[in-house]
Design a protein around this ligand. Structure first.
Ligand code: MN
Length: 316
């Protein structure tokens, strides 16, 4: 998915120092991605990162009988991993390495841009007619961000059947269960599914900062009701999290060690400086560095204009 931030100037996104447990809820904002309406929980005004996670888009749930609700033409990425995790439906990924991979609910598409890759994401020709999912970005640490690009698909991820709910660990490790996904700094990403009126306790790594986003339903944490369409930032220092579902719910838990490196995000790029962004943008516009995405029907995306550095991101 593209993740376009065309109206924003370059924003500095410093990883914050570890902080104690908090519960800070911030509404997601609504953005358009072609025909698709998405809710963006990261970056938001009060929070740019959660561990190395620097982007959180949710799309759906929706049903359709024709057309392609998701249709994101080829576009470039640098300095990040994209994590595509669906709870319903399917998305077809194509990239400039030649990978073509359908991801379905419960599976994982993980694209590691390293120094540069291009991809498209679209509803396939024979869709189920449902679509619901998230796209998350992980900022790559200094030692990995200039690496060769790669793409990995996992048809399924490890699952924890706990009293009160089911956890699917799509990135990192929880309770002795490890995702096979290759990541480059200590982190966790998991889907938590609960029935109505259930109590679930999941172990957390106290050195990580964590956040929860409910895709459906709501639940109680620290005696507060946490609803959907918001980032519920949990801070650091928690060794477990107890969740009480007031309705059937699905949530995404993200966490990790704060990256400890200031990052700069613009359009689909995660970098360290304005200059790196400008160089990557220029390469994309010239048709260099990122390669070609074959078999996508239609033109690729043009980069938005790069305004002079200066104006801080209005959302920051
Ligand atoms: Mn993308």
């Amino acid at each position: 998915m593209s993740n376009l931030l065309p109206d924003r100037d370059i924003a500095n996104c410093p990883s914050e120092h570890a902080m104690p447990p908090v519960l800070e809820s911030t509404p997601a904002r609504t953005e358009s991605l072609g025909q698709l309406t998405i809710r963006r929980s990261l970056p938001i005004a009060r929070r740019r990162t959660v561990g190395p996670w620097c982007f959180f888009d949710r799309y759906g749930p929706l049903t359709f009988s024709e057309g392609k609700p998701m249709d994101v033409a080829p576009h470039p990425h640098i300095g990040l991993q994209t994590v595509s995790w669906l709870t319903e439906g399917e998305v077809l990924h194509r990239d400039s390495l030649g990978f073509e991979q359908l991801v379905r609910a419960g599976g994982l598409n993980l694209m590691t841009s390293g120094r540069g890759i291009a991809h498209s994401e679209e509803t396939p020709a024979q869709p189920s007619g449902r679509l619901s999912g998230v796209q998350l970005w992980i900022a790559l640490p200094e030692g990995a961000r200039d690496s060769a690009p790669r793409f990995d698909h996992y048809a399924e991820v490890p699952r924890l059947d706990l009293r009160g709910g089911v956890v699917k660990v799509f990135a990192g490790e929880m309770d002795g269960v490890s995702s096979p996904a290759r990541v480059y700094s200590p982190l966790v990403g998991a889907e938590i599914r609960m029935g109505a009126g259930q109590e679930l306790t999941v172990p957390l790594e106290p050195d990580f900062e964590h956040a929860l986003v409910f895709l459906d339903g709501e639940a109680t944490v620290d005696r507060e009701i946490l609803g959907p369409e918001a980032l519920h930032f949990l801070g650091c220092g928690r060794s477990e999290l107890s969740i009480g579902s007031t309705s059937a719910s699905t949530a995404i838990l993200i966490g990790g060690l704060p990256l400890g490196e200031p990052i700069v995000m613009w359009w689909n790029f995660v970098a360290r400086s304005h200059e790196e962004i400008a160089v990557a943008r220029e390469a994309w516009e010239r048709g260099e560095r990122f390669g070609e995405v074959n078999d996508y029907r239609g033109p690729r995306l043009a980069a938005p204009p790069l305004r002079a550095r200066a104006k801080p991101n209005p959302a920051s």
